[in-house]
Write a new protein. Structure first.
Length: 354
């Protein structure tokens, strides 16, 4: 629903009843001095600059306002206040339940609001959040150079001190607008938007450890993240590698040795013999029994002793002392390629309300 101001197409008079031909209308938010949008048509296609000037001849143009709460201030070109109307509330229509009706979002959105739109190109009453610039008709803005950008220019200048202003920031937004400067739009190209970690409360800590290319978790307009990532060693899970080892042959050789003479000995043989004798002039006579004794190396022994139990020590030389070469091969794994971190997505356009 578009609200047509009742003094549209009417003359303007001061408190003394004198006709005014050079008045200006400031359309403001009711709770601040922020500029509110005013349009020349009920479809909100063409936005007036602020303040809205009178038509030639001292007549107000037709002025349409979307739903909202407003203050209307009428001044001369030097900001002398002729009159001010406070608490002007314009309610949005409510669609009938089940009727399938809807409310045009252009009548509900306020300056600086963001919306996604399944389309491309420019969109009346909105500009793309593409990092380009906006400014007045006298500026060299790249996205939109038109006087209907004033409210968004002031809004962005006030809300985000990190948005670049051509030639540097002046004393205030009004001064920079009057100097035909431009201001950069937030750059949403190829990015998703995430809520501030504090969002007016204490920081939730959900963005701790996040990779920021600019800013931090609690500053409007900060940005960061990665579309892809190469893991560092510290980020890898604990793991093992296959290892192959080989040892070459070195120093073909033999060892020689000798035994010591420790334990040189003899064995004792115990014997028991019987023998007789024969005189030269007669037959054998008697026998000699149980003649015992010990002799060395006598055949026909009946037993031996364990005299001389011993061991031998063997010493080898160190001929052929050498070393072996061991070759270890570790199998390399991985290609060092970056991982794609993008979740499933669909692309559309992002717009900011003028």
């Amino acid at each position: 629903m578009a609200y047509l101001l009742p003094f549209s197409m009417q003359d303007c008079y001061d408190h003394s009843g004198n006709r005014v031909v050079d008045a200006c209308l400031h359309v403001l938010r009711d709770d601040s001095d922020d500029v509110a949008p005013a349009y020349s048509d009920s479809g909100f296609g063409t936005r007036y600059p602020s303040p809205v000037p009178m038509r030639r001849g001292g007549i107000w143009p037709q002025i349409f306002l979307p739903p909202g709460a407003y203050r209307l201030r009428i001044t001369d070109p030097y900001n002398y206040i002729y009159d001010e109307i406070q608490g002007l509330v314009i309610d949005a229509p409510i669609a009938d339940v089940g009727s399938g009706g809807d409310v045009d979002d252009r009548r509900l959105a306020q300056t600086g609001d963001i919306k996604d739109r399944y389309g491309i190109g420019t969109h009346p009453g909105w500009v793309r959040a593409n990092g380009r610039t906006i400014g007045s008709a006298a500026s060299s803005a790249s996205e939109r150079a038109n006087d209907d950008c004033q409210a968004l220019f002031v809004f962005l200048w006030t809300q985000d001190p990190n948005l670049a202003v051509s030639g540097g920031r002046g004393a205030n937004a009004a001064a920079d607008w009057g100097a035909a400067k431009t201001i950069a739009l937030p750059d949403m190209r190829g990015r998703t938007h995430v809520a501030l970690d504090d969002l007016g409360s204490t920081a939730a800590g959900r963005l701790n450890g996040g990779l920021f290319a600019f800013g931090n978790a609690t500053t409007l307009g900060s940005y960061g993240g990665e579309a892809s990532h190469v893991q560092t060693v510290a980020e890898m899970p604990s793991h093992g590698h296959a290892v192959t080892a080989t040892m070459d042959a070195q120093g073909s050789h033999a060892h020689t040795g000798s035994t010591s003479t420790d334990g040189e000995h003899f064995h004792q043989v115990n014997y028991n013999l019987q023998f007789g004798y024969k005189p030269a002039d007669g037959p054998p006579v008697g026998a000699v029994n149980n003649v015992g004794g010990s002799i060395n190396n006598v055949l026909g022994y009946t037993g031996n002793s364990n005299i001389g139990s011993h061991s031998h020590a063997i010493a080898t030389n160190v001929t052929g002392e050498h070393a072996h070469n061991i070759t270890v091969s570790v199998t390399a794994q991985g290609s060092n390629a970056a991982m794609n971190w993008l979740p499933p997505f669909i692309l559309m356009s992002v717009y900011l309300k003028l």
